[in-house]
Write a protein that binds this ligand. Structure first.
Ligand code: 13P
Length: 298
């Protein structure tokens, strides 16, 4: 049996489902039952009937699934698949910010730990950050932890925003000059980037969107060539779903080492041993659920 066949067999026997983020390795995306962005994966975790979720992504995503689906077993095939952006802010930092800026609402990007979510008022993802900030009643906002997404949102709102100085090291490695060089070679190419890119990169873009937002945009757009400013994993799906189009990764350095920790072998071991499990403790879960539910309602 191939490793893929072993995974499929065990998955059926154990009544498990495999969810994968758009940045996962091609072979992981191919074995998954559903591939999507953070918002889609959060939604689907709470809607599916299977009791075991093999979550192919990073730690905060598995935690979000655990918060939304406490009755399910959430397995993260490599427990060390973390997120430096999520790690850039602690719950104590949020408590201190709230003390300093008393009448502000805390809007936390989903790339945060469960403990940080528990101290926040609203959660957003890159797919809905502008609409969350616009729709909530508060006019003053502490936006955590991504400074680039915060900058992008601040361009579309008149609300006052205090922005935490965190960033994603993978997106940070994409430089404006990378985009300019590619644009000189591919003059008709559209520049499509993720809002975690540096603001100088965002300013060069034709379109800024979440990972699934980029996929949707490319599908509906009639250009032939694209310069893609996000993690390399997305290019696999873009090429697979749009074989007639041409995609150029903005920088060869746009590779997330944490997303790449999930392999077929680790998925198989996870299914065999039913670990490593990510389970958010009840007291934190109850507090963290509220801002997530507020987002899902919006
Ligand atoms: P998306 O929600 O756009 O998939 O982004 C998640 C992420 O972690 C980007 O680095």
């Amino acid at each position: 049996m191939t490793i893929q066949e072993k995974i499929q067999k065990l998955k059926k026997e154990k009544n498990a489902i495999i969810l994968a983020h758009n940045y996962q390795l091609p072979e992981v995306q191919d074995i998954a039952d559903f591939v999507g962005d953070s918002l889609e994966l959060a939604r689907i975790s709470s809607q599916i009937k299977e009791k075991i979720i093999i979550f192919c992504g990073v730690h905060f995503m598995a935690e979000t699934a655990s918060i939304l689906a406490p009755d399910k077993k959430i397995l993260l095939p490599d427990i060390n698949a973390g997120c430096p952006l999520a790690n850039s802010i602690t719950p104590e930092d949020v408590i201190n910010l709230k003390k300093e800026y008393k009448d502000y609402a805390v809007v936390a990007y989903v790339n945060t730990s469960a403990e940080v979510k528990a101290e926040s008022d609203y959660i957003c993802t890159s797919a809905n950050a502008i609409s969350v900030v616009e729709k909530i009643p508060e006019e003053k906002i502490i936006f955590i932890p991504d400074r680039n997404l915060g900058y992008y949102v601040s361009k579309y709102t008149k609300k006052e925003m205090i922005i935490w100085n965190g960033f994603c090291p993978t997106h940070q490695r994409i430089l404006p000059q990378d985009i300019i060089n590619l644009k000189e070679r591919y003059k008709d190419a559209k520049i499509v980037v993720h809002p975690e890119c540096r603001r100088e990169v965002l300013e060069l873009a034709d379109k800024i969107a979440s990972t699934s937002g980029i996929i949707k945009f490319v599908k509906e757009d009639n250009s032939k060539t694209y310069i893609i400013g996000t993690e390399v994993g997305l290019l696999y799906r873009l090429r697979k779903e749009n074989p007639e189009k041409e995609f150029h990764l903005a920088s060869p350095l746009a590779v997330c080492p944490n997303m790449k920790k999930i392999t077929l072998e680790k998925i198989l071991w996870s299914l065999e041993d039913l670990k490593p499990e990510v389970k958010v403790p009840d007291d934190i879960r109850e507090k963290a659920l509220k801002p997530i539910e507020r987002m899902l309602k919006l």
